[in-house]
Every structure is written in structure tokens, then in C-alpha cells.
Design a protein around this ligand. Structure first.
Ligand code: ADP
Length: 626
């Protein structure tokens, strides 16, 4: 039943995780997604450059040399110099209409440009339908046409942060100028064959594999003009001519590498786009289905961690999953140009974590509260039990003493009794004695458990206590014809609680008698060794099996063999003995072999400030001496 309920709860949590994941995937989270997208560019240590592309820029040195923008005449002169090297394509990003010059210069410029194997006059925007005439440069530039080539930034779409990430290949029946340039080399006629090409509204686009700003370092207009540049470096190349004056931010775009207004010149941006097309290495963004699957997976990992693991392990698993995902996606991007969705899976981690953690806390709090209540109840029950036990034991002790007393009187005047009557009174006397002993043990136990026992330390000779105890049990031993042999070395007096130690030795000697056959021997020894007093009680009795030996100091424990025998006992004697010895910071241990005998050893430190120790297996060196 409880198991079924648990299953339903697990299923419910999974459903909530799934719902959270699906809600998250409903939001594209473009800004965050492209933040991680840009990060992967920045982390990529490799550069891929197309050697087919060269750039020439009107830069600040050029402006100094020409005391301003170079005129049409200067541009014509530059083209003349380039012509000598016969480039594959001249790709003009500067609008000739904006250049100063006469009508004759405009005609000459047109003529010179047309002399190249291929030329493209880049136009920033795409003419609307019906305004196709706008591609004509002007009357003074006969038959010279612009080639539309919109430079796309994420201004209105996607991350909306004005960063250049995409390039348009085709829109409204116009194939863009960059594609035309690249086609001269790659001859890729089907635009869908470009890696990562995707449709967006009426256009086909790709994600440009941008390289770090400065990768396509331009030659200065002025240097080419003066023929200072290397020989024939423009031969058979696509040569882009543009501006890099750092004056007008319209000539620049923000990049994935940094978002300064002058991050990358339009000239270098065009070079990057054409290079991506030439190398056909556009970035592939994984489809939404993959992102959704990852988001669901992350949500499930979080739910599993939060509910099945300890808090520290959960955090560790979540962090390592997130870390592994970041590493894998960075490697995937660096080595195969695939950008897997990151924002949605990572947001799923945070949302699920913060959604489920309070739930877990509430659950744990409830459990803790239940445990505390249970504990309180248990303590109350324990107290009640102890009170009841001691009350009952006290109340039983008086009538028992009376029974014992009466039995003694009866026995003292038993000359006229029949033998059966005498035996009956003796049995009453013995049973009352056993009961008294049992009640004493129970009383001791409740004192131990309520921790009411305090040591009453006095300087005493342990040998005296041993001799008294042996004397006390002599009669019992004689009944089984057991000989108790004391071998007691002379000892210094030590500080002990005589009553408690008497109880310990009594228990050991009584057990030795109880669990030994008739006509056997018991050896009781005492000696001093390395600041310790060692007392041993060795018998030739029934012994204890290896499996049971570790239990005999547990309360109420009696070995199987003994439980099935008529030998009486409560199973409390050794438990109490161990407790009392340990109160003296000593140790009680046993070594035993079934049917051969047992040796109990008590070690008491002479200095009672020694370390508290406990254990239950010793060397029992006296065992062999009997
Ligand atoms: P009990 O009142 O049963 O003697 P103890 O706590 O004194 O309880 O002893 C626990 C159990 O350990 C005994 O029931 C017995 O099985 C075993 N035991 C104790 N002393 C000996 C011994 N000298 N020889 C064999 N078994 C023993």
C-alpha cells in the first residue's frame, strides 16, 4: 500500500518536472541562449581563415595621406594598381556615388571597375518590390549596378541585442551579394546545401562562423595605392574594399566577441560571411526537439537528485551534470560547429531545483517533527516503565523477605515435619531467594538505565572482596562438588566501589558454578600488571560458542543451550557487570570454548583517571591453566 503510494508520488513529481520543462521550452529565452552562444565563440581557441579573401581599408593613415576621404581619382588609381594583379573579384563596399569627383571621373571609375574579371558593388539594403530601379547606380555610372547584400544584426529578432550573428543568403528573389562572391569559387548553386541553412520568413539564412575581430586584417588603401604591399597578394583573390576609419559607427557592427560599437568593421564582417560560405562552415543550431529533450532530461535529473540523494550529493550531481553539459557543448561547438541549446536546459535546472527544494524541506521537517514526537512518547513510556518496575520491585521485596523469614523459622523448627513438608519449605525458601535476586537485578537495571548509579570510591583490597565472594558461594559450589581455587597475588589497595565490584565478582563466580558440571574446578586469580589489576574467573564448564560470545554482555541475553536448560537466570548479570566495570574505566572480556570452559577477565586501572574502554574478547590466559 505504502509502496503504491510512493510510486504515485514519484510519478506525480516526474509529471510536475515534465510540465515545468515543457513550460520552459515554450519560451525561447533568446537573450540567454545567445549569451551562451557567444560564450562558445569566445571560448573557441581555434581560427579558420579563408585564404581566398583579401581586404583593403580606407583607414586612418589613408585619411591622413589624402587629407580626408580619398576621391574618385584616388580610387581609380587604386583599381589600376589592383588590375595589374588580376584578382578574381573586386567587392566594393564603398558607394562610389558618395565619392568626390567629376563626371569624367565617374565614367572612368565605371570603366576601370568593368575591366576586372568580376566586380560587385555592394548595396547595404534590399530594394522593395517595385523599386528595383534603385539598383542602378546612376547615369554617370553607365550599366553599373549595385548588388544587394543586407548586413543582418539581431536588432528586431532573436536576441534583440544588435549583435551580428546571421547572414542572409536569399530574400525576395534576390540572391545576396556575399553568396554571389562565394559562388565564384564554390559554385554551390543550391542554397540549401550551405551548412546550417535555415528558412526564416521569406529568407534563407545561415549562422556565420565569425572569427575574432582582426582575423581578416585589411591592407591600408594608402599602402596599396603606393604599391607598398607584397607583390601579387591579390592575384586570383576576392578583394573587398571598404572602410575602417573608426569614425562612423554605421561602418561597424557588434560581434559575438564583444559588444562595442566599433567591434568589427562592415568590411571584416563581409569577409567573415563570404569566408563562412566559401568554407561552408556555418554554425548548426540544434533543432528545438533536441533542446526540449535536454530540458526534460535535466528536469528529471534535478527531481531525482533532490528526492533520492542527500543534499550535498544532490548538489554535486546537479553541478557535475551542468558542468559536463557546458563542457560537452563547448567541445561540440569547437570541433563540429554545432551549437546545442543551453538556456532552456539550464533554466530548467534552476527552476526545478528551487521548486522542489522547499517541498523536500517541508517533507523533512514533517518527518523530523514526527520523530521528535515519537521520541518524546518513547521517553515517557520508558520513564513509566522504570517507575513501574522500581515500584513493583520494591513492593515485591518486602513480602518476599517475609516469605524467606517465615520459611527460615519453619525450617529451624522442622524436627517434627515429614520429609516432604521439609522439602516443600526448602523449595519455597529457594524460590523466594531466586525471586529476590531477580528483583535486585531488575532494580539495578532501572538504576543503570536512568543513570542513577554513582560511584562510591573507597580504597579497598580487591583480594578481600574476592575471598568474601568465594566464601559466599562455597556452599553452592560444594553442592556440585566444585572446588574453587583462589590464587591471589598480594595487591595494593585501589579506589573502587566495593558494592558494585562485589556484585561483578559474585556474578562471575556464580555463573562459573551455575554453568559448570559437577566435580569440576574454578580458578579465581588476581594479579597486578602494568598499572592494572587483573582478576580472572576460569571454569571448566559448558563454555560459549563463537557466535554467541559477542552477545553475552547484552541485556537479557542467554545462550541457546542455557535457555533450554533448567538453570535459572535473568540474562542481566553480565550486562550489569560490564556496566559496573566500565564505570571504573575498566574492561571485562571473555574467552571460551564450548564444553571446555570459559575465562572471564576483569581489568581495572589502578589509577581511576585512566581512559574509559570497553570490549568483549580477551586473551583468557588462565583457560589453559585448569
Ligand atoms: P544469567 O542470569 O543467565 O546467568 P548473565 O548475564 O550472567 O545471565 O549471563 C548471560 C549468559 O552468558 C548466560 O545466560 C549464559 O548463557 C552465558 N554465560 C555466562 N557465564 C557463563 C559461563 N561461565 N559459562 C558458560 N556460559 C556462561
Amino acid at each position: 500500500m505504502a509502496y503504491g503510494r510512493q510510486k504515485i508520488f514519484i510519478l506525480l513529481r516526474m509529471c510536475v518536472a515534465l510540465a515545468i520543462a515543457l513550460i520552459i521550452t515554450y519560451f525561447p529565452l533568446h537573450y540567454l541562449e545567445f549569451f551562451t552562444y557567444d560564450l562558445r565563440f569566445r571560448l573557441n581557441p581555434f581560427t579558420k581563415v579563408s585564404s581566398d579573401i583579401k581586404t583593403i581599408a580606407v583607414d586612418q593613415t589613408t585619411l591622413q595621406k589624402f587629407s580626408g576621404e580619398p576621391t574618385l581619382t584616388a580610387h581609380i588609381a587604386l583599381l589600376e594598381k589592383l588590375l595589374k594583379q588580376d584578382p578574381l573579384l573586386v567587392y566594393y563596399i564603398i558607394d562610389p556615388k558618395t565619392l568626390k569627383g567629376s563626371k569624367t571621373d565617374q565614367l572612368l571609375f565605371t570603366e576601370t571597375l568593368k575591366k576586372f574579371r568580376n566586380h560587385i558593388l555592394y548595396m547595404k539594403e534590399l530594394p522593395n518590390k517595385g523599386e528595383e530601379y534603385k539598383v542602378i547606380v546612376g547615369d554617370n555610372f553607365p550599366d553599373l549596378k549595385y548588388s544587394p547584400g543586407y548586413l543582418s544584426t539581431d536588432f528586431q529578432h532573436f536576441a534583440e541585442d544588435s549583435v551580428a550573428r546571421r547572414a542572409l543568403l536569399y530574400d525576395q528573389s534576390y540572391v545576396y551579394s556575399q553568396v554571389k562572391a562565394a559562388n565564384l569559387i564554390n559554385h554551390l548553386s543550391d542554397l540549401s546545401n550551405y551548412r546550417g541553412a535555415f528558412d526564416f520568413k521569406t529568407s534563407k539564412q545561415i549562422y556565420v562562423n565569425y572569427q575574432r575581430p582582426g582575423t581578416y586584417e585589411p591592407s591600408s588603401f594608402e599602402a596599396v595605392y603606393d604599391e607598398k604591399t607584397l607583390d601579387n597578394q591579390f592575384k586570383d583573390k576576392i578583394v573587398l574594399i571598404g572602410k575602417d576609419t573608426k569614425f562612423d559607427y554605421q561602418d561597424y557592427v557588434k560581434t559575438v566577441y564583444d559588444r562595442h560599437n566599433f567591434s568589427m568593421s562592415n568590411l571584416e564582417t563581409q569577409a567573415n560571411i563570404i569566408a563562412t560560405l566559401l568554407l561552408n562552415n556555418g554554425v548548426i543550431r540544434t533543432p528545438q526537439a533536441v533542446n526540449t529533450a535536454m530540458t526534460i532530461l535535466f528536469a528529471i535529473v534535478v527531481v531525482f537528485s533532490v528526492f533520492k540523494l542527500t543534499p550535498s550529493r544532490a548538489i554535486l550531481l546537479i553541478l557535475s551534470t551542468v558542468g559536463a553539459y557546458i563542457v560537452i557543448s563547448s567541445l561540440l561547438f569547437t570541433f563540429s560547429g554545432i551549437a546545442i541549446g543551453m538556456a532552456q536546459p539550464l533554466i530548467a535546472v534552476f527552476v526545478c531545483y528551487y521548486f522542489f527544494i522547499p517541498y523536500r524541506l517541508i517533507r523533512e521537517n514533517k518527518k523530523f517533527w514526527e520523530l521528535t514526537e515519537k521520541n518524546k512518547l518513547l521517553t515517557q513510556v520508558e520513564e513509566l516503565k522504570n517507575n513501574f518496575l522500581s515500584m513493583m520491585s520494591h513492593d515485591l521485596k518486602t513480602p518476599l523477605a517475609r516469605i524467606q523469614g517465615m520459611a527460615d523459622i519453619a525450617l529451624a523448627n522442622s524436627e517434627n515435619f515429614e520429609p516432604e513438608q521439609k522439602t516443600a519449605i526448602q523449595t519455597i525458601r529457594k524460590s523466594a531467594e531466586e525471586l529476590t535476586e531477580f528483583i535486585s537485578s531488575i532494580l539495578d537495571l532501572s538504576r543503570v538505565e536512568s543513570q542513577k548509579i554513582k560511584l562510591n570510591l573507597q580504597s579497598r583490597d580487591i583480594n578481600r572482596i574476592l575471598e568474601d565472594t568465594i566464601k559466599k558461594y562455597e556452599y553452592l559450589a560444594q553442592q556440585k562438588n566444585i572446588e574453587i581455587i583462589p590464587e591471589l597475588d598480594t595487591l595494593f589497595s585501589v579506589k573502587i566501589d566495593a558494592d558494585l565490584m562485589k556484585q561483578v565478582f559474585s556474578n562471575l563466580i556464580e555463573n562459573a558454578i551455575k554453568y559448570s558440571p559437577t566435580n569440576s574446578k574454578i580458578l579465581v586469580t588476581s594479579e597486578e600488571d602494568e598499572g592494572q589489576i587483573i582478576v580472572q574467573v576460569a571454569d571448566q564448564g559448558i563454555g560459549i560458542t563463537e557466535n554467541e560470545i559477542r552477545h553475552i554482555f547484552t541485556k537479557f541475553y542467554r545462550t541457546k543451550h542455557v535457555k533450554n536448560s533448567p538453570i535459572k537466570g535473568s540474562g542481566l548479570g553480565l550486562y550489569l557487570a560490564k556496566y559496573f566495570v566500565e564505570l571504573h574505566k575498566g574492561q571485562i572480556t571473555v574467552e571460551s570454548l564450548p564444553q571446555q570452559g570459559s575465562t572471564f577477565t576483569v581489568n581495572l586501572p589502578m589509577d581511576q583517571s585512566g581512559q574509559h574502554q570497553s570490549g568483549n574478547v580477551g586473551d583468557g590466559s588462565l583457560g589453559g591453566r585448569l
